[in-house]
Design a protein around this ligand. Structure first.
Ligand SMILES: Nc1ncnc2c1ncn2[C@@H]1O[C@H](COP(=O)(O)OP(=O)(O)OP(=O)(O)O)[C@@H](O)[C@H]1O
Length: 264
């Protein structure tokens, strides 16, 4: 890891740029950093989300594989980098560095003159997410005791990761099986910090954001408990073959009945 940091910081020192969000958001640095892409060999596209694409790449000299997330740069996209660079935990996808350049999405495409692309280099996780794990288990008997055992271990590791995120005053806001990956030893790796916000950012925490089927019902001001709500739904899915959508409908139905009951 240190070798990689050195190799990147040497590049960046030429442009007097550190890989901190505040420095590299300066557009004058992005040009200088653009040659960094020459260090990687793209292997395949791992996935695509709202922000952009994630590629599996190999460092040409080190022969180490990484995941690189590429998306259109917006001031808000830096919050993912900011949060990741603040988090260092076995159950959170490990961040290495980031840079900006004029080309994006596919390695040989050029963006228009106004758009910049943000590249985030992370540890490479296994291609199967917790979503795939759950879907696979749902094909088997739900009473399987092995599933319960494994679910317990996975749930404990997710809790460890989330507890750590909260201890650093972040709220993930998009916890769901598709954003939970696995490391080389099968350990849980929480990823996709694209919607992360600070626990003390009052303005951000009034905005309704997330994946609808995993979002807490709070519409106005909320806090880190929105992550716990999503955790609860994930635990259901880990253990039983059920759709969280139907659970949410039941919760909503009960809430409506209780509200009506209170009024009459
Ligand atoms: N570090 C990684 N290692 C391996 N695969 C990854 C890694 N990060 C992301 N992926 C894959 O790429 C997919 C998209 O990544 P991610 O969810 O971070 O992108 P996004 O654009 O922020 O998506 P979303 O719309 O959910 O916010 C993931 O579902 C996962 O399959």
């Amino acid at each position: 890891y240190e070798v990689i940091v050195l190799s990147f910081s040497r590049n960046n020192s030429e442009s007097s740029s550190q890989n901190t969000p505040s420095n590299s958001s300066n557009p004058s640095n992005s040009q200088v950093c653009s040659n960094i892409i020459q260090k990687f060999e793209p292997l395949k596209r791992l996935g695509k989300g709202g922000f952009g694409s994630v590629y599996k790449v190999r460092h040409k000299q080190l022969k180490i594989e990484y995941a690189v997330k590429v998306g259109c740069y917006k001031e808000k996209s830096l919050r993912e980098v900011r949060a990741l660079s603040d988090l260092f935990h076995r159950n959170i996808v490990r961040y290495y560095t980031f840079w900006m350049q004029d080309t994006g999405y596919e390695w040989d495409l050029r963006g228009n003159s106004e758009s910049k692309f943000l590249y985030i280099q992370m540890e490479l996780c296994s291609e199967n997410t917790l979503r795939d794990w759950i879907d696979e288990k749902n094909k088997e008997s739900v009473q399987d005791s092995k599933r319960r055992e494994e679910s317990l271990r996975i749930a404990q590791e997710i809790v460890c990761g989330v507890e750590y995120i909260h201890s650093k005053n972040h709220i993930h806001r998009d916890l769901k099986p598709a954003n939970i990956m696995f490391g080389v030893e099968g350990e849980v790796k929480i990823g996709d910090f694209g919607l992360v916000t600070s626990d003390d950012d009052d303005e951000e925490r009034t905005v309704c954001k997330g994946t609808p089927s995993y979002m807490a019902p709070e519409q106005r001001k909320y806090d880190r408990k929105v992550d716990m709500f999503a955790l609860g739904l994930i635990f259901f899915e880990l253990l039983w073959k059920l759709s969280t959508g139907s659970e949410r409908a039941k919760v909503r139905f009960t809430a409506v009945i209780l509200t009506i009951g209170c009024r009459i």
